[in-house]
Design a protein around this ligand. Structure first.
Ligand code: COI
Length: 352
């Protein structure tokens, strides 16, 4: 895609806007690769702290073929978004929460990690450098992807001797078009007790691609995984957390080790409690899913996405979607706070 600050033919932006926005047709945003101009890179060697990070032009990175990430998957991802306010300023949503989650994941994966302050500063610098890639309000957001990888060389299995913290960004629109059509997977599993399902390791994502690819080929939007021990309880969708609503009680699987503690999950629980809903974090048997009034998914990429129907073995169940749903009410409040349209009473947003 084109970069730069010239007047866009496609969007017809004015000269003033040309300094604010990249030359891009913002109406075409999906969740696809749109490389921006800069990324942030910082390294840590031999157990030392991370130092001397800086913003550098976006581009390929060089790594030894022995790198821990390439051989043994020693890596973590994060995901957060920058939003354009109506007045043009840019907000991040709870970036320190992502920083803390990365630290917890790094501890589990025997990796050095940046401090919370270093993480937030790196994200801010990446967004500032790519500010004209933050879409106009209502057109999408700038998805920020921090990566922490074992970049140092290893041959036998051990933690890498060097780590690289890298942050890149890409403007995005909706991850899904319309309500989700999920299929329950009862053979392959996403996470097991004692495994790494509760941290955002890169290795949690590629193993679900088989079930996801097969499901997509059959017309489903995503896959809902069950617990690996009893196959009786719902756990998580490959890209997001799941909630059910029954008689105005909202439930979501408890974060017991196989569930990713999503920032959107956490924020939606807090917003729902503030609205006066009863919220239960618990084990959710398949029967509760099949009898729910509403089902929705949450995640940074998917935001709050209603589920229209779920297929489990030979059953297909439909759920309420649309303007009058609990998920829509929660979506409006969450995105209102994220974009500065609704007062941020909890201090969740951070200006870049
Ligand atoms: C996110 O929602 O930020 C994620 O990392 C999920 C990914 C599959 C896009």
């Amino acid at each position: 895609p084109p970069t730069g600050q010239t007047i866009s033919q496609t969007t017809g932006t004015s000269t003033a806007d040309a300094e604010t926005y990249a030359d891009f047709n913002w109406d075409e945003l999906g969740f696809d690769i749109v490389p921006t101009d800069y990324m942030y890179v910082m390294k840590s060697s031999e157990g030392e702290s991370f130092t001397q990070g800086n913003v550098t032009p976006f581009g390929n990175i060089e790594m030894s073929p022995y790198a821990g990430i390439l051989n043994y998957g020693q890596g973590l991802i994060e995901g957060l978004k920058a939003y354009r306010k109506e007045d043009g300023r840019v907000l991040l949503f709870r970036p320190e929460q992502n920083a803390q989650r990365l630290k917890i994941g790094a501890e589990r994966m025997c990796m050095s990690s940046p401090s919370v302050e270093q993480f937030v500063e790196a994200v801010k610098q990446t967004v500032r450098a790519n500010k004209h890639w933050v879409p106009p309000q209502g057109k999408g957001s700038l998805y920020v992807r921090p990566l922490l990888i074992g970049s140092g060389p290893v041959l036998g299995l051990c933690p890498a001797p060097e780590y690289t913290f890298l942050v890149y960004a890409s403007p995005v629109g909706n991850y899904h078009k319309g309500p989700l059509n999920l299929v329950v997977e009862d053979k392959l599993h996403r996470a097991t007790p004692g495994g790494t399902g509760d941290i955002k390791t890169v290795a949690n994502y590629s193993p679900v691609c088989k079930a996801l690819t097969e499901a997509r080929a059959k017309g489903f939007s995503d896959v809902l995984f069950l617990d690996a021990v009893t196959k009786k309880y719902i756990e998580e969708v490959s890209t997001c957390n799941i909630f059910i609503v029954k008689d105005d009680v909202i439930s979501t699987p408890a974060t017991v080790g196989t569930i990713l503690p999503g920032m959107t999950r956490k924020s939606i629980i807090e917003i729902a409690l503030d609205f006066g809903y009863q919220v239960e974090e618990r084990t959710i048997p398949m029967e509760d899913l099949l009898e729910a009034d509403e089902v929705f998914c949450t995640g940074t990429a998917v935001v709050v996405s209603p589920v229209g129907c779920i297929t489990y073995q030979d059953k297909r169940v439909e759920y309420k979607t649309g303007a009058e749903t609990v998920s829509q009410k929660l979506y409006v409040m969450l995105t209102g706070i994220q974009t500065g349209r609704i007062e941020d009473k909890l201090g969740w947003t951070v200006e870049v």
